[in-house]
Design a protein around this ligand. Structure first.
Ligand code: SAM
Length: 345
């Protein structure tokens, strides 16, 4: 995520709202630790931490409403090593009213991919992961002429779908080992409708038009452009549910609840109300920059070398703002989310 994630993650926050009822039911159902022993929770894919305050606050409340105020609670926030954990901790410990200020709450972090083992066996009571598992562990092949997996066809589409399948299976297999019997896993998965559309295809097409223009102006090399990919795959509900029917996770995990939610476009709704197209263009651009631009631009310069990426980022932002302002309807975006509540048997 880009450095602006804390300020431009209202859309992801809105998605997490759909997970809160599942989280509350998970907290009512979860097998509790023995008296005096800690309740251990994990938040996988924390980013800046902004959207973790509410769910982790609910974890502390929910556990203590069942056990009493003296139960220790540990929360481990994880992300990939490149995440800015300084910002994460500044949010979590610096926000007034944060769950982290409650007595007997212990906050930790782990910098490792959730497609790998993260905890010893049977360590955890509850896992929360919001809008993170659509990020793939690797991109098997770039999408020719585009940056977005939903626009891939043929062999490349098959390879991306297969990567998504094996990543999701790895995620579930590790969590099945790490959760205690009676533990709960709540996942809000970035999703697609049954026809494979993620609801963001217009926004991604607009980004491609801007990037193509930057290639034409010589700001991005054609080699870098050929590799540029948003490394995500938004699964259909069927793809999310497949590992529970057969495979290594099926015997250990049971899906209690699932749904497919289409999110409102809160930025477009504001634009409709105010008619302020410049503000809309600014906010759409800021969201895209925070969520996707860093992974796109990572192909345009060697690691550790800014290689002009700041200038490219600026030119991209100017281009996207102009494009959105010229045709706001084209980028109306309705992300889909599959909320899942899963029990470790
Ligand atoms: C869209 S943000 C969501 C952040 C937050 N959970 C929220 O709801 O706003 C996705 C986060 O998942 C992280 N992520 C992506 N792939 C990951 C992986 N393999 N392991 C751990 N975190 C990952 C990204 O680095 C990013 O911080």
């Amino acid at each position: 995520m880009g450095s602006g994630y804390a300020r431009h993650s209202r859309i992801q926050h809105r998605a997490a709202d759909y997970g809160m009822p599942l989280l509350r039911r998970a907290l009512a159902a979860v097998a509790l630790p023995e008296r005096g022993a800690p309740f251990r929770a994990a938040d996988l894919g924390v980013a800046a931490g902004t959207n973790s305050l509410e769910p982790m606050g609910a974890v502390v409340e929910g556990v203590r409403s069942r056990t009493g105020e003296d139960t220790p609670v540990t929360v481990v926030h994880t992300d990939i090593p490149g995440n800015d954990f300084n910002t994460t901790f500044a949010t979590i410990t610096g926000s007034p009213g944060s769950y982290a200020h409650r007595p007997q709450v212990f906050v930790h972090a782990e910098a490792r991919s959730f497609y790998e083992p993260l905890f010893p066996p049977a360590e955890l009571h509850l896992v929360w992961s919001s809008i993170a598992v659509h990020w793939l562990s690797r991109v098997p092949a770039p999408v020719p002429g585009h940056i977005y997996s939903a626009r891939a066809t043929g062999e490349v589409r098959r390879a991306l779908r297969e990567q998504s399948r094996s990543d999701w299976e790895a995620f579930l297999t590790h969590r099945a080992r790490e959760l205690r019997p009676g533990g709960q896993l709540v996942v809000l998965g970035g999703a697609s409708a049954d026809d494979g559309s993620s609801g963001a295809d217009g926004l991604m097409d607009a980004a491609v038009a801007v990037l193509t223009d930057l290639v034409g102006r010589g700001l991005i090399t054609s080699e870098a452009w050929a590799r540029m990919t948003v490394p995500t795959w938004n699964r259909t509900r069927e793809e999310f549910l497949a590992p529970f029917a057969a495979g290594p996770a099926a015997a250990a995990l049971r899906v209690e609840e699932h749904d497919l939610v289409t999110l409102p476009d809160i930025l477009f709704d504001d634009f409709r109300a105010t008619g302020d197209v410049r503000d809309f263009a600014e906010r759409v651009t800021a969201f895209f920059q925070a969520a996707f631009l860093p992974s796109l631009l990572s192909t345009s310069a060697p690691a550790g070398d800014d290689g002009g990426t700041d200038a490219v980022a600026e030119a991209f932002a100017d281009g996207l703002r102009a494009r959105v302002a010229a045709d706001p309807e084209a980028v109306e975006t309705h992300w889909r989310v599959v909320p899942l509540r899963i029990t470790r048997l």
